[in-house]
Design a protein around this ligand. Sequence first.
Ligand SMILES: Cc1ncc(COP(=O)(O)O)c(C=O)c1O
Length: 396
Amino acid sequence: MHSRIYFDHSATTPLDPRVLTAMGPFLGGAFGNPSSLHQEGRLAREAIQTARAQVASLIGAAPEEIIFTGSGTEADNLALRGVLERWGPERGRHLVVSAVEHEAVLATADALAGAGRAELTVVGCDRSGRVDPAEVAAAIRPDTVLVSVMLANNEIGTVEDVASIAGAVRARNPRALVHTDAVQALGRLPLGLDALGVDLISLSAHKAYGPQGVGALVARHGVFPAAQLTGGGQERGRRSGTENVAGVAGFGVAADLADRRRETDVAGLVNLTGRLTNLLTAIPGVEPTGDRTRRLPGLCSFVVAGCRSDLLLAVLDELGVCASAGSACSSGAPVPSHVLAAMGFGELSGCALRLALGRSTTEADVDVAAARVERAVSRIRSAGSAAGSAAAAAAG
Ligand SMILES: Cc1ncc(COP(=O)(O)O)c(C=O)c1O
């Protein structure tokens, strides 16, 4: 039996014990509904208010600008659908997104366009996954209602120049709103609403040692995305449904920790990322992907010639390494990465490997994981060449 090494922190992170402690009361005795007027309800309401202030402080936003949601995916949906519904009739129905967005944005934009509710422009990227602000600006029209470009890519770790993109968009059309999906950036990059210059930011707690199933959309004053869930009017009418009090309380503490620990966490991650990248690129046919300088600390991404992602991940799992191809495919089916395809990787788009490090990762983990990747790669390649020779012998 191999010891297991968790290198999938971009998929989800373990709960920080302080987060679990903060959630505990709301999973037990403190079960009041935050909308209730009695003392138990007030206690739950106060927990949500505290968390709202913690998330707002991380972003440099006002507490009223935070809308808690059930996930990062829901936050992305609320941004796109809510802005289009609220502002489309007045400003236009043109949406601009980048080709490297997470499926939560891309599939939503496609669905809106497919239903005839939006006109969509998808802006490409270069070989390192960078989206050029000038190209985004060139796509802006008088009827552009929303531009959505992510801050940090979940598959290849490239950090987009969102501030320049937002500036370029506004120079072309000051009425166009700008959204960024910052789900991967929480706890690893600075997240100031003003510094980024955007109108909307999507977040998710479970990428930063918080619980799964809770996210937030930060929407600047005056943006008012139309509610996509209507009912009891929670979240100031912007997202109805009884709140996930434990989850929201946990998110608040995770946001607070992310803010306070970011510099220390990042310093450790940068060293380990460099070490792992050097070890893996020493294996023939392993090429790092994503921008080499503007990158998310801790996310190491590669293409591995001759190794289909699904096979490589299965062998790595057997060898005790939890890794991923990078995309958020929940079906488990091997789908070539749309991000690598947009970057021009062609056939290698089906050969992605992502190793995402976290707070608890050590140098020893990195060295062991690198040795196991080398073993997995040579096992798959020799099985492939054996199958190739058998096929050639049968054909000949
Ligand atoms: C960039 C990005 N956006 C959105 C999401 C979706 O977040 P959630 O898992 O909270 O729905 C993810 C999750 O992988 C992500 O990486």
